[in-house]
Design a protein around this ligand. Structure first.
Ligand SMILES: [Zn+2]
Length: 306
């Protein structure tokens, strides 16, 4: 069982309610409703966990001089009779995060700590994923004219053609590849800091299966033929719009050929080598929230470091 904090969903998305006329106005008038603030791929947190606000507090949190109508609201779902709504603020994260109440800060899902609070983590991942789609869907991909929000944030409709567009999720594969000596393959992208390494990953291309994408990426990025491709688990990774499909696979050979484009360095690690490199700081692994880390630790057989 992989430990995937960002994959937790503890609330009911209540999708059947999204098309109810006036739903958001009704929810924003209810004292019980709680809101998450999202902006530019980030969610408002106390530095550790996403923070839930009343409608009054959420409106006050907007940039000074911006009327509430400038923000868009999306219905996230409900839990124990509490409705949850995301309030999208204009790109404040890029301009220093102005407008947030004291003590709050903008945090990406990648930076969310493993707080163990499945409810707020799940709401935050949903809110950021949805907000990222809205950021990129202001115009109709068919005719280029503006779209307007419908279904409480879950549809954008072309004002010209009336055609409906739905939130996008792009599948990607990520895989722990081991050799016949049970060594793990890690690679480093050309733009990554020295010492940062992770398992290989890549987007699923149109017309191929996830398993085929695993084999293709292993060959393209490392020059490896792989077999025994086994699905492990999936995790949303809304940076900006991925669904990571986690696999493990076995390499048929051990000679490594980094493609130099997406991967500049490749190395096989034994468990002892990986533990030593992590302790002496020469190897920096993906963060605790990532499925990459979970796949690495599944191979390792336990948590690496604290
Ligand atoms: Zn259109």
């Amino acid at each position: 069982m992989l430990d995937l904090p960002l994959a937790a969903v503890a609330h009911d998305r209540a999708a059947h309610r999204r098309t109810k006329p006036g739903l958001l106005d009704e929810l924003l008038a209810r004292p019980a409703t709680r809101l998450l603030l999202v902006s530019s791929g980030r969610v408002a947190t106390d530095g550790r966990m996403p923070v839930l606000l009343s409608a009054e507090e959420a409106v006050a949190a907007g940039p000074a001089g911006t009327p509430p109508s400038a923000a868009e609201h999306f219905f996230l779902g409900e839990s124990d009779d509490v409705p949850y709504v995301a309030r999208l603020l204009p790109g404040t994260a890029d301009t220093g995060g102005t407008g947030l109440p004291d003590g709050l800060t903008w945090t990406t899902p990648r930076e969310l700590t493993d707080s163990g609070d499945a409810l707020t983590t799940g709401l935050a991942v949903e809110a950021v994923a949805l907000a990222n789609w809205h950021d990129r869907a202001a115009r109709c991909p068919r005719c280029g004219r503006p779209t307007e929000v419908a279904a409480a944030g879950w549809v954008r409709r072309c004002v010209h053609e009336g055609v409906e567009h739905y939130p996008r999720t792009d599948p990607a594969v990520i895989m722990s590849i081991v050799d016949d000596d049970d060594r793990l393959l890690l690679g480093r992208g050309p733009s990554w800091p020295p010492g940062s390494m992770s398992v290989l990953a890549g987007f699923v291309e149109p017309g191929e299966s996830a398993e085929h994408a695993v084999a293709r990426e292993a060959m393209e990025e490392a020059g490896l033929a792989v077999r025994q491709i086994e699905y492990r688990a999936s995790q949303p990774w809304p940076m900006p719009a991925s669904l990571m499909l986690g696999f493990r696979a076995r390499a048929e050979t051990t000679e490594l050929r980094p493609d130099g484009d997406e991967v500049s360095e490749l190395r096989w690690f034994t468990r002892a080598e990986l533990a030593a490199a992590h302790v002496d700081g020469s190897l920096r692994l993906s963060g605790r929230a990532s499925i990459a880390r979970a796949l690495i630790e599944e191979w390792y057989g336990g948590r690496i470091g604290g």
